[in-house]
Ligand binder design. Structure first.
Ligand code: UDP
Ligand code: MG
Length: 150
């Protein structure tokens, strides 16, 4: 079982596509184990996108990701990282494969609706930027507890 972080970017929330986007990932067999809505501040955005600090698009990226509310979620499943990245499609919606979120619903490189972690190391780092360990559902533990009412 693997965990990954996704963000429904401000364009996804603003265009009322959050449910549709998350639903596509659930249909792939990924389980939501944490979820919140927030507006990222510059500091969080700079940490989240730290690998891109020196890229020419960095400033616009930070400006856009902080421009409105986003939805952050942790998804769990077998090969969750790869499975999510596949369902998202390529970064540029124009180059993304048909049937992917970005190809079907995205507009351009900036307005590409969704972020997904790209490696186990980054997933762990990114999850910890948005969630405390106790905010993640532990299916085996928590569902047993609910079913037995203990
Ligand atoms: N991005 C951009 N211009 C580029 C490359 C990336 O605006 O030339 C934005 C795009 O929104 C992308 C984000 O920066 O989602 C992070 O880039 P990355 O290469 O990590 O793509 P992703 O992992 O999101 O597919
Ligand atoms: Mg990336």
């Amino acid at each position: 079982m693997e965990k990954t972080l996704i963000l429904v970017k401000p364009d996804g929330v603003q265009r009322c596509l959050a449910g549709k986007i998350i639903s596509r990932l659930e249909r792939r067999g990924l389980k939501i184990i944490a979820l919140k809505m927030l507006q990222m501040d510059r500091a969080l955005a700079e940490r989240h996108y730290a690998v891109h600090t020196d890229k020419p698009f960095f400033n616009d990226l930070v400006k856009f990701i902080t421009s409105g509310p986003i939805i952050a979620a942790v998804l769990e499943g077998e090969k969750a990282i790869e499975s999510t990245r596949q369902t998202m499609g390529a970064t540029d919606p124009k180059k993304a494969a048909p049937g992917t979120i970005r190809a079907d619903l995205g507009i351009d490189m900036e307005h590409n609706l969704i972020h997904g972690s790209d490696s186990p190391e980054n997933a762990q780092k990114e999850i910890s930027l948005f969630f405390k360990p106790e905010e993640l559902l532990n299916y085996t533990r928590d569902i047993d507890r609910w079913l037995t009412g203990s």
